[in-house]
Design a protein around this ligand. Structure first.
Ligand SMILES: *[C@@H]1O[C@H](CO)[C@@H](O)[C@H](O)[C@H]1NC(C)=O
Ligand SMILES: *[C@@H]1O[C@H](CO)[C@@H](O)[C@H](O)[C@H]1NC(C)=O
Ligand SMILES: *[C@@H]1O[C@H](CO)[C@@H](O)[C@H](O)[C@H]1NC(C)=O
Length: 340
């Protein structure tokens, strides 16, 4: 049943993908501001959609957060214009990471290793019709169960177009190498992540370690960061299959040059940006973004430590691979890299 629907939708989307692009281009046109409500900055029970609230508050006395977010949005658009030769057409697969909240009019593109468990929990509270009382009451494992949240790729072309045009689209990003190191540590240095060790670790050891021990070949559970880097920059890797989402670039996961995100939140300012999104959605009284107790966010030299072992040649290759994420989201080239 499900498979049939998906099949039909795929055909429909192939036929209809042309329209996704055409109709969607209109999203750059701002919704007309409602003149009567300019004075209210964040109406708690607004009749406006979050996206309308965002654009009407653009004309208000802007807070520092708003100004920052607008700067990011404009910079993203500028970088996209510089680096995009021709507009590609959105297809179903491009929309897989977009999570839909039809109740509040939100689209969230999730990026692993950027607080996505907590954002998925919040989205479950928002779409759950009162099933969940607080985000942290939802086990992390449940937040990642496929089917607990709806992806935009499950909708018909007309429904996709409508949502891309009128919902508040947001994304959370992070300094690319901090994210990469975080993915490496989580997937390759924790003994419980056996699925990743078997799926990726064994292959990395086989290809990128001279004279591996038989146990290492079998378990793939002692991959070094250096070997992980060899794997990432090896042209065979991406020829064979797309990167796993934990180390795939945001550019490829969320298509920020094709989907015009209203809000680009950052991991580095997670609390502030998250509460802004919740205020725009008018749900800040119902749900608050979970603040983590063990904040690793202040730890900016973590990546520096890991890159110490990587030769300048591979540092450069890796930087080239992740360059678009640095450019698009205004992250400066890390000072610890030896690119010369
Ligand atoms: C903007 O807000 C600040 C502080 O809230 C206030 O001092 C300033 O006069 C306002 N500016 C305008 C143009 O309304
Ligand atoms: C980009 O980053 C630089 C350096 O961190 C900062 O000064 C600037 O304000 C940022 N620009 C935008 C539009 O966010
Ligand atoms: C919430 O209610 C809406 C409308 O009644 C329904 O379509 C949706 O499936 C419900 N969601 C959950 C998680 O029960």
């Amino acid at each position: 049943m499900r498979k049939n629907t998906a099949g039909r939708m795929f055909v429909a989307t192939c036929v209809g993908s042309f329209f996704i692009l055409i109709l969607y281009l209109q999203c750059n046109i701002r919704p007309a501001a409602d003149p009567g409500s300019k004075r209210t900055k964040f109406p708690v029970k607004s009749r406006r959609t979050p996206q309308q609230t965002l654009h009407s508050s653009d004309q208000l006395n802007m807070s520092v957060v708003q100004t920052t977010l607008q700067g990011r949005r404009e910079l993203l658009q500028k970088v996209c214009e510089i680096h995009t030769q021709k507009q590609r057409i959105l297809n179903l697969e491009d929309l897989q990471h977009l999570i839909v909240d039809d109740t509040h009019g939100l689209l969230y593109c999730y990026v692993p290793k950027v607080a996505c468990t907590n954002w998925k929990r919040v989205m479950m509270v928002l779409t759950g019709n009162g099933t969940y009382h607080s985000p942290l009451a939802i086990p992390a494992s449940e937040a990642h169960v496929a089917g607990n949240l709806r992806s935009l790729s499950e909708y018909s072309t007309a429904d996709v177009n409508h949502r891309l045009r009128s919902y508040l689209k947001f994304i959370f990003v992070r300094e690319p190498f901090e994210r990469l190191v975080s993915a490496y540590r989580n997937k390759f240095t924790r003994s419980y992540n056996t699925a990743f060790h078997i799926r990726y670790g064994t292959k990395i050891v086989r290809r990128h370690r001279p004279n591996p021990r038989p146990e290492a070949l079998k378990h793939g559970n002692d991959v070094s960061f250096e070997e992980f880097v060899y794997y990432l920059v090896d042209p065979r890797t991406q020829r064979e299959e797309p990167f796993n989402e934990h180390w795939e670039r945001v550019h490829s996961l969320c298509h920020p040059c094709l989907i015009h995100y209203d809000i680009v939140g950052k991991y580095e300012t997670l609390e502030q940006d998250s509460s802004y999104v919740l205020r725009l959605a008018g749900v800040d009284t119902e749900v608050s973004f979970p603040t983590s107790s063990k904040s690793t966010r202040t730890n900016g030299d973590m990546a520096a430590k890991f890159f110490n072992n990587i030769s300048p040649f591979y540092q450069k290759k890796l930087y080239n691979l992740y360059q678009m994420d640095f450019f698009l989201f205004n992250y400066s080239t890390p000072a610890y890299l030896k690119l010369k």
